[in-house]
Design a binder for this molecule. Structure first.
Ligand code: 9MR
Length: 506
C-alpha cells in the first residue's frame, strides 16, 4: 500500500472512542463516505453458530475440567468464583463442560438425577456471568472398568456397557496407547455394532443423550451437546504401537462412513426429537484427525426445520510437541496438515467449526507459547472458535498452584475477539504484537442487536484503545461495559461491508 493510500485509508477510519475514559456511554456518529471497499466477498465456506438474535457467535473458552474424570462424583473442582474468573480475567464466553455416561446412567436405564442436579448447579454459575456451556460427553479409552470391574481405560462408559468379551487389556503408558488393547477395541466394536448382540449398549447411550437434552433444552446458556469426546474406531483402527497416532486412514474410512456415521445420525435424531434448537457438536475420529490426518465422515444431516444446527468439533494436538513436550516453530508441517485437512472437510460439509481441545504446557521446550499462538491465529483465520484443554491448575492451564496464580499461558489465551457479530463475519484477526483486532462482516437479514467485541482492557490496554470504523454512511453508536470489557457497536444498515478495528491508544 502506498503512503498516499495509507493516509487516505486512515482518514476514512473514524475514531469512535478516542480514549478509554470516553467510552462509558453510547455515541451517535456520522461516518464520511468511503470508496467502495475491495474486501473480498464472504468466504464460501464459513458458517457460524448464531445466538437467539441471529448474530454470529465466536466462542473462546476452556474445558471444565479434565480432572472431573477422576472425581468420585464426576464433577469439576471449580467454584462459582472460578466461573466468574473465567469471564472476568480471561474474557471467555464458553466452557466445554465434561459430563460422563457412567455418572448419568450408573445402571441400565436408571438415570442419576442427583448428578444432573449438580451439573445444573454448575451450569448456572457460568450462566450467571454470561458464559455459554457445551455439554461434552467425555470418554477416554472407553471407560474406567470393564463389565467385570477390571480397570479398562480412563473415563466414560459405565462398566455394564463395557463389553470386552474376555479379551485382554491393561493400562499402558502413555495413556493413549491403552486404546489398542484388544479388550478396549472390542468394547468399542460392541458399541458401534448397533445391530449385533450388544445393540443395547448404543441404544442406552443415545437414550441417555435424549435424557440429558430433555433436562437442559430450555436452559438459555446451554448452547448444545457434544455427542462423544475423541471417538475411537475400535478394531477398525489399524495403527500399531509406532503408528497409533497416524493409523491406517483408508481402513477406517469405511467404518467412518457406515457404523460411525450411523451412530451420529441416531444420536442427532434422538436429541432432535427432544430439542429442536440446541446446537449439536460432533467430532471426527480422534486418531488420526487430532494430529492432522483426514476424516471421511462426510456431511451429517440435521432433521430440524430451518438451518442446520450442527457444529464440527475437532481437536488439535500436534503429535511431536505433545509427545516430546517441545515445539520447534520452524517445523510446522503437522500443524499445516491439520489446517489443510480441516479446511477441506469444512468446505465439504459447510458446517460451523470449533476446536474442542488443544493445549501444551508453558514449560515445554522450544516455543510452547508460539505453538499456542499459532493455533489461536489459525483458529481466527478459519473463523473457528476454540476451547482450551484444560481448566485444571497446572502447567497446561492458565492457572496453577494453591493460590491459582496465572501461568504464562494466560497472556496468550486472552485475546481481543468479536464475541457476537451482527451479520456474517468475513474475516477477523487479532495481532498479538500490535494488539490490534480487525473485524470485517456483512449484514444478514433477520439479525438484531449490536456487534460485541471483547477487549481485554485491564490486561493489555493500560493506555486505552481506539475503535476505528470504516464505513460509507449512516450512524454508528457504541457502548462500553467496563466490567465485562465488552464493547457493543451498533452499525448502520447500509447493506454493505462493515469494518471495525481496535487499536491501542498508546
Ligand atoms: O490430560 C489428560 C491426562 O492427564 C490424562 O491422563 C488422560 C487420560 O485421562 O487424559 C488427558 O486428557 C485428554 C482428554 O481427555 C482428551 N483429549 C486429549 C487430552 C490430553 O491428552
Amino acid at each position: 500500500m502506498t503512503d498516499l493510500r495509507r493516509a487516505l485509508r486512515s482518514l476514512i477510519f473514524l475514531i469512535v472512542c478516542p480514549l478509554l475514559s470516553a467510552c462509558g456511554g453510547s455515541s451517535e456518529l456520522n461516518v464520511p463516505p468511503a470508496a467502495p471497499t475491495a474486501t473480498p466477498p464472504p468466504s464460501a465456506h464459513a458458517q457460524f453458530v448464531t445466538d437467539d438474535q441471529g448474530r454470529a457467535l465466536i466462542l473462546h473458552g476452556i474445558n471444565v475440567t479434565g480432572s472431573a474424570k477422576d472425581d468420585p462424583q464426576r464433577l469439576p473442582w471449580v467454584t462459582r468464583g472460578d466461573a466468574e474468573r473465567v469471564q472476568r480475567d480471561f474474557g471467555f464466553n464458553v466452557v466445554r463442560f465434561l459430563i460422563f455416561w457412567d455418572a448419568i446412567e450408573p445402571s441400565p436405564g436408571q438415570y442419576n438425577e442427583t448428578y444432573l442436579d449438580q451439573v445444573a448447579e454448575r451450569i448456572d454459575w457460568f450462566a450467571g456471568v454470561g458464559v455459554y456451556v457445551i455439554l461434552d460427553m467425555h470418554q477416554d479409552v472407553y471407560g474406567h472398568f470393564d463389565q467385570n470391574g477390571k480397570p479398562l481405560g480412563f473415563d466414560g462408559a459405565p462398566s455394564w456397557a463395557a463389553r470386552t468379551d474376555g479379551l485382554a487389556h491393561r493400562i499402558a503408558d502413555p495413556w493413549s496407547l491403552t486404546y489398542i488393547q484388544p479388550g478396549v477395541k472390542r468394547a468399542f466394536d460392541n458399541f458401534w455394532n448397533a445391530d449385533g448382540p450388544n445393540a443395547d449398549v448404543q441404544q442406552h447411550y443415545v437414550a441417555a443423550w435424549a435424557h440429558v437434552a430433555a433436562r437442559f433444552k430450555n436452559h438459555p446458556w446451554v448452547l448444545g451437546y457434544n455427542l462423544m469426546n475423541e471417538p475411537f474406531a475400535g478394531s477398525e483402527f489399524a495403527g500399531d504401537f509406532a503408528g497409533i497416532f497416524v493409523g491406517d486412514v483408508q481402513r477406517s474410512k469405511t467404518f467412518e462412513q457406515t457404523l460411525f456415521h450411523q451412530f451420529y445420525e441416531r444420536a442427532v435424531a434422538a436429541i432432535r426429537a427432544i430439542d429442536a434448537d440446541g446446537w449439536i457438536f460432533y467430532e471426527p475420529l480422534a486418531f488420526p484427525s487430532n494430529n492432522g490426518g483426514a476424516s471421511y465422515l462426510g456431511k451429517l444431516d440435521d432433521p430440524r426445520h430451518g438451518e442446520n444446527r450442527l457444529v464440527y468439533f475437532p481437536h488439535f494436538y500436534a503429535i511431536l510437541p505433545e509427545l516430546t513436550l517441545h515445539y520447534d516453530p520452524a517445523k510446522t508441517l503437522e500443524l499445516d496438515a491439520w489446517v489443510e485437512a480441516r479446511t477441506a472437510e469444512v468446505a465439504e460439509i459447510r458446517t460451523p467449526v470449533m476446536i474442542g481441545e488443544f493445549g501444551l504446557p508453558w514449560t515445554a521446550g522450544g516455543s510452547p507459547l508460539g505453538y499456542l499462538r499459532k493455533i489461536l491465529d489459525t483458529a481466527d483465520q478459519m473463523t473457528s472458535g476454540w476451547a482450551y484443554w484444560t481448566y485444571d491448575p497446572g502447567n497446561w492451564a492458565p492457572i496453577m498452584g494453591n493460590d491459582l496464580h496465572e501461568t504464562p499461558n494466560a497472556d496468550v489465551l486472552v485475546r481481543a475477539y468479536p464475541q457476537r457479530v451482527a451479520g456474517t463475519p468475513i474475516r477477523y484477526a487479532y495481532d498479538v504484537d500490535a494488539r490490534t483486532l480487525d473485524l470485517t462482516f456483512v449484514e444478514r437479514d433477520g439479525v438484531s442487536g449490536p456487534t460485541q467485541l471483547y477487549i481485554p482492557a485491564r490486561r493489555f490496554y493500560a493506555g486505552g484503545w481506539h475503535l476505528e470504523v470504516d464505513d460509507t454512511a449512516g450512524s454508528w453508536s457504541s457502548q462500553w461495559d467496563g466490567e465485562r470489557e465488552v464493547l457493543s457497536v451498533t452499525t448502520p444498515h447500509t447493506g454493505r461491508l462493515h469494518r471495525l478495528r481496535v487499536v491501542p491508544a498508546s
